[in-house]
Design a protein around this ligand. Structure first.
Ligand code: LLP
Length: 426
């Protein structure tokens, strides 16, 4: 049996289970994840770097469902977290604390305390102020926080402007010269030990050149820090490896691994990497039903029961996502469609002007490559409940997050004590 999303008699399946069957059972909109693909991607990634014995800290932000994290944890993954919530998610899914790195520009003192308590591997620190706070928090707990200085190598990752992070105009990381100085200042801070340097230059990177440039700068910096007497133990190269949505040509694993290998060779440092999208994008799809087809003179609008609140990537990043009918494509010439949702905004779209096989009311469609930055970025805008997530493995499938009920959604609100529940005036 082939794994993941394949077609049998032209109808879409996930791990051999008919997607139409899953849609009937769980309703739409619906997130589907193939556990076999998650496992296969992780194993491929790990194998490509195996000789370097890296700690692979899965970037939870890409998809932090417990079932997804647990799948990777079982295969030996660590976690890259950015909040107390993600810390808890990682721990509950079985990620060992000594494989957790904590990134992000705005860690609160409370989050630091929780992560210290848990005994995580390292804090990727992004500023002098953060370092001072971390030191104080650690001292208050009579401990020492292991730190990686997050460096901004000023390399253009050549990706979408909202997900590029390694240029000096981005809020992320510390410029190399400043980081060198900060490492010196850190000697007087009793609650921190600078053990590593880290970087992450952006996401959906499709060219290996920026990686090479950034990794080289990091390796040079590690050497310089050592020359200053800092006992470095680790180097963290972040994530960012791109996937194919349409016609991108991201570096293959071999090219990526070669860039990593070339940079760390001879350094004698432990390696950390933080892949997110590459591990999960391909494993997931958003399945939705066509509610209406509105035919215009220039094009038609296929209006789905999923919307921008479910999957925000198209409108937020102008992202092109593959969209396919779930059943065998209807016969007839392809037509030009805007595939949109029911939310009251023109920004609520999945695609504009896409040639698709004829669509009719009631048809199911799948938005593919949606395992990364899909469900995690969804909201309840327009009071639309969060869609369920279903994990498929072989013939088995289970809701790994149930559809949010309207009672749950609305029940989070409360009236202020001074508001009476009496009927509104007529
Ligand atoms: N490490 C750090 C410090 C990060 O900030 C990120 C992603 C990663 C690792 C994982 O990067 P990946 O391997 O997934 O590219 N919502 C956007 C992507 C935002 C990425 C944020 N940081 C999207 O849908 O394209």
């Amino acid at each position: 049996m082939s794994i993941g999303f394949t077609r049998k008699n032209a109808a879409l399946q996930c791990d051999g289970v008919a997607v139409s069957k899953l849609a009937a059972e769980y309703g739409t909109p619906l997130w589907l994840y193939s556990q076999s693909v998650l496992e296969a991607r992780y194993k491929l990634f790990a194998a490509s770097l195996a000789d370097l014995k890296p700690t692979i800290c899965y970037a939870l932000k890409a998809n932090s469902n417990q079932a997804v994290i647990a799948t990777f944890a079982k295969l030996g993954a660590g976690a890259d977290i950015v909040s107390a919530g993600e810390l808890l998610r990682a721990l509950q899914a079985g990620v060992p604390p000594h494989k957790i790195v904590f990134a992000g520009v705005g860690k609160t003192a409370e989050e630091m305390a929780l992560a210290l308590d848990a005994g995580i591997l390292q804090f990727n620190v992004e500023s002098g102020e953060e370092l001072a706070r971390l030191s104080a928090v650690a001292q208050a707990q009579h401990g020492i926080a292991r730190v990686a200085l997050r460096v901004n190598p000023n390399v253009d990752a050549k990706t979408h402007k909202k997900i590029t992070t390694g240029k000096t105009e981005n809020k992320f990381g510390i410029e190399i010269a400043h980081a060198m100085a900060l490492a010196e200042q850190a000697r007087s801070l009793k609650g921190v030990a600078i053990e590593a340097i880290s970087t992450h230059i952006g996401s959906q990177i499709t060219d290996v050149t920026p990686y090479r440039a950034a990794f080289k700068r990091m390796a040079d910096m590690a050497t310089a820090l050592r020359a200053q007497g800092h006992a470095l133990k680790r180097i963290d190269f972040g994530g960012g490896l791109g996937v194919v949505y349409k016609d991108e040509t991201p570096p293959d694993l071999k090219a990526y691994a070669a860039a990593v290998r070339a940079a760390v060779k001879g350094l004698g440092l432990d390696l950390i990497v933080e892949p997110g999208r590459w591990l999960v994008a391909d494993a997931g799809a958003l399945v939705a039903r066509v509610e209406y087809v509105k035919k215009g003179s220039a094009k038609s609008f296929a209006i789905l029961d999923a919307a921008m609140n479910d999957l925000i990537r198209p409108t937020l990043y102008e992202a092109w996502m593959p969209i396919e009918p779930v059943a065998a494509p209807r016969k007839g010439r392809k037509r030009l469609y805007d595939v949109v949702g029911p939310v009251c905004e023109s920004g609520d779209f999945f695609t504009h002007d896409r040639d698709l096989p004829p669509l009719e009311q009631g048809d199911l469609v799948a938005v593919r490559q949606a395992g990364a930055y899909g469900a995690v970025m969804s909201s309840t805008y327009n009071a639309r409940p969060l869609a369920p997530e279903v994990l498929v493995k072989g013939k088995r499938h289970a809701a790994v997050r149930a559809r949010q009920t309207l009672a749950e959604l609305i029940g989070q609100d409360a009236l202020a004590p001074w508001q009476t529940k009496s009927k509104p005036k007529r």
